[in-house]
Design a protein around this ligand. Sequence first.
Ligand code: CUA
Length: 405
Amino acid sequence: MNPLTNPTASGVDNVLIYIFGSSLLLLAGITIVMIWFVIRYRRSKNPEPTSDVEGNLWLEITWTVLPTLIVLTMFWYGWVNYLGLRDVPEGAFEVRATGRMWSWQFEYENGRTSSKLYVPAGKPIKVILNSTDVLHSFFMPAFRIKRDTVPGIETYVWFQAPEVGSYDIFCTEYCGTGHADMITSAEILSPEEFTAWYSEKTTAQTVPRGRQLLEEQGCLGCHSFDGSSSIAPTFGKLKGVKREISTEGQKKEITIDTDYLRRAIRTPEVDLVEGFPPIMPAYGDEISESDLDEIINYLLEGDTGPVLDGNKLLEENGCFGCHSTDGSALVGPSFKGLKDRTTEVKRDGTELQLKVDADYLRRAIRQPNKEIVEDYPAIMPAANHLSDEEIDAIIKTLLKGADQQ
Ligand code: CUA
């Protein structure tokens, strides 16, 4: 392998080849001499001892100095390459990896998080390692890097991928029941693909469709949300607002509602808003009825904040590491058919039958160790880092049926 394209792997491989190779040479040399001596000096050919050699200074020096040198070169070569594993090249791209029972989470400098490690090819990557609970160990065999993650201490590894590909990441420190499930992958993307992925909106957030359409159709070129535009009426606070319009020269006051907005988009030349030039183009076939509904809904209901994607939150937070979506029991109960399921739990030592609903799920996520589901170990970490909105989105998804991609 070209030492410049996968530096960590080639460094480790070269040391391994050197140590293994010299050991093999010594083994072969010693074995050959031994066998030769056994044949050459066998008793049938030499019934009486014939040699009376007292010693040989040069032989002694040779077999002391030579192995010492070999061992020292092994140390030196190993040390140099070990430093190569520890010295991160300048300008490395940094990603934080957090190990926890039993999944990995990756966090990028712009705040994006993911359950797989996404990085660009051809660039040194520094992975800063941490753990929220017990010892785990971050292992990427293809790059020959392995490092423990220790709660409270930051460790790191670095690597550089020569080309696009997908490589395994394991946990290689036994960390409990789900240890074997702590598998994920490093997805090496081309620099362009990576830039696109990296600059996507935070994974769990999606822009409402109506807003997206307003942007796509160029509406925001003329309309503002804060009333700052002078060429077109504002989009801010439209619901129930009264507005002066003139229809065929007749002035009248209307209340903004669905019908008005529909006319204003499909046939803007009919009702003209007072104080603005009649320049709005009519939107006919380029906006479908359903898209129009989305736009109107968005204009009337306003910006209700980003929509959180519960599935992505479940994935990013590693929930699928312990909970299946197909009904099979992993370390934790399955997410399949949660709605209206009755579950047996133990609260303060008392057994209870509870119906799974939003309140129950909220408690199960916020304080998982208060009510322990029968037949499962009490190991779920409390999700203190999630906001109320995120928990709401997760609960909504769980009741609807989570779907692991
Ligand atoms: Cu984490 Cu083994």
